[in-house]
Design a protein around this ligand. Structure first.
Ligand code: ATP
Length: 385
């Protein structure tokens, strides 16, 4: 096991395009780190530079304290699991898992037997050790690929979207297994995904990338509660955080449908009359009729028209359009393009109790947990709260 340290890592492709731009990231020994971000943000490139499949343009990559920039992949002692796992069709499950061990002539047969059976038991493959890959399901095959990765004693495991070819149910199962396996083995792990749930449930910490730049590295809870900027705020959470224009008036904010206090943490950073972007997550709204009195005191109630509702069984989404004055609308459209954000539309998406009986195209009374309001600087996207 080993720590992985990245110092000012840059990956520049031929035309001067920086796929990874000055990334510094320390992954502690035994830590489970998630790399997440939209398509093309550079997460796979970063992973490939750790493994040695991609040259590093500048910066230093350290594994276990050693600089590995010029080390061949086989000398870095890492195990990688890809999205498209390649198993040997003519070998049994046992031999597929044992394969990397057989390459090392120093490992005795007895040890191979123990390690393969251990890995297989962890991945619930015990009963399939004599089968060939053709006779396994997709999920079982992916487990064999994982078994082959964990059977070696390595510095770290690297996963590149290993579950994206599996259906939703299997993904859920495998997620739990990966998490359990990593905790049991305690091996440093770097895991690339664009799946929200994987990012929020698997890792100790999550590194969010955008256009080659590291945005924030934090625990899942901190990312959710304290995103550093609008990009992270809009990227983490589903449906995404609602963004709406907010105008400062003294220590109050005027938002579509409601007013709220300027959050204490933002006081002093905003000026009278300033246009800001306020952010509030869909789950921080509720149907006012279903609200308990304690909650009612904490937030603000307001009336708003419901455009469309979507019933999900355990909750429902209501879509609430709002109008901004044309100048504000134009500002928001510019920001939306800059942030590639779908969240910046002139509507709120709110997630409320499934019991709530809302009628489309009718007004209803809602409640907003304004204590959870974020305020963003519209020029920089920085979170001021
Ligand atoms: P995805 O989730 O779609 O796999 P990603 O975040 O893993 O995306 P990368 O594969 O790391 O993204 O690619 C980062 C950027 O570098 C992309 O814009 C991609 O087009 C570019 N890129 C990757 N490989 C090359 C290459 N060999 N030559 C030029 N540009 C490349």
């Amino acid at each position: 096991m080993a720590a992985i340290e990245m110092r000012n890592i840059v990956k520049e492709y031929g035309d001067g395009f920086k796929a990874v731009n000055d990334v510094s990231l320390d992954i502690a020994d035994g830590e489970f780190m998630i790399l997440v971000g939209p398509s093309g943000c550079g997460k796979s490139t970063l992973l490939r530079m750790i493994v040695g499949l991609e040259d590093i343009t500048s910066g230093d990559m350290l594994i276990g304290g050693d600089r590995v920039n010029e080390k061949a992949p086989r000398d870095r002692n890492l195990s990688m699991v890809f999205q498209n796992y390649a198993l040997y069709p003519h070998l049994t499950v046992f031999e597929n898992i044992a394969f990397p061990l057989r390459l090392n002539k120093k490992i005795k047969e007895e040890e191979i037997q123990t390690r393969v059976r251990d890995a297989a038991s962890m991945l619930e493959l015990d009963e399939h050790l004599d089968r060939k890959p053709a006779n396994l399901s997709g999920g079982q095959r992916q487990r064999v690929a994982m078994g082959r990765a964990i059977v070696r004693r390595v510095n770290a495991f690297l996963f590149d979207e290993p579950l994206s070819n599996l259906d939703a149910k299997l993904r859920g199962q495998m997620r739990t297994e990966i998490s359990r396996m990593q905790r049991r083995l305690g091996t440093t792990t770097v895991y690339v995904t664009h799946d929200q749930t994987e990012a929020m449930t698997l890792g100790d910490r999550v590194a969010v990338l955008r256009r080659g730049l590291l945005q924030q590295v934090a625990s899942p809870r901190e990312l959710y509660e304290q995103p550093v900027n609008m990009f992270v705020a809009g990227f983490i959470g589903s449906p995404p955080m609602n963004f709406m224009p907010a105008v400062v008036s003294g220590n109050r904010l005027t938002l579509p449908f409601l007013e709220a206090d300027v959050p204490a943490t933002a006081a002093g950073k905003v000026t009278d009359g300033q246009l800001l972007i306020a952010g509030l997550r869909p789950e921080h709204f509720e149907d006012a009729r279903l609200l308990d009195p304690v909650k009612r005191e904490r937030g603000v109630t307001f009336r708003a028209p419901v455009d469309v509702t979507e019933w999900l069984g355990d909750s429902q989404y209501a879509y609430i359009p709002f109008e901004s004055n044309p100048e504000v609308a134009e500002e928001l459209a510019k920001l939306a393009a800059e942030l590639d954000s779908e969240a910046l539309r002139s509507q709120l998406i709110i997630s409320i109790d499934a019991m709530s009986r809302l009628r489309e195209n009718h007004e209803a009374e809602f409640w907003a947990d304004t204590g959870r309001l974020h305020l963003f600087d519209p020029r920089t996207g920085e979170n001021l709260t």
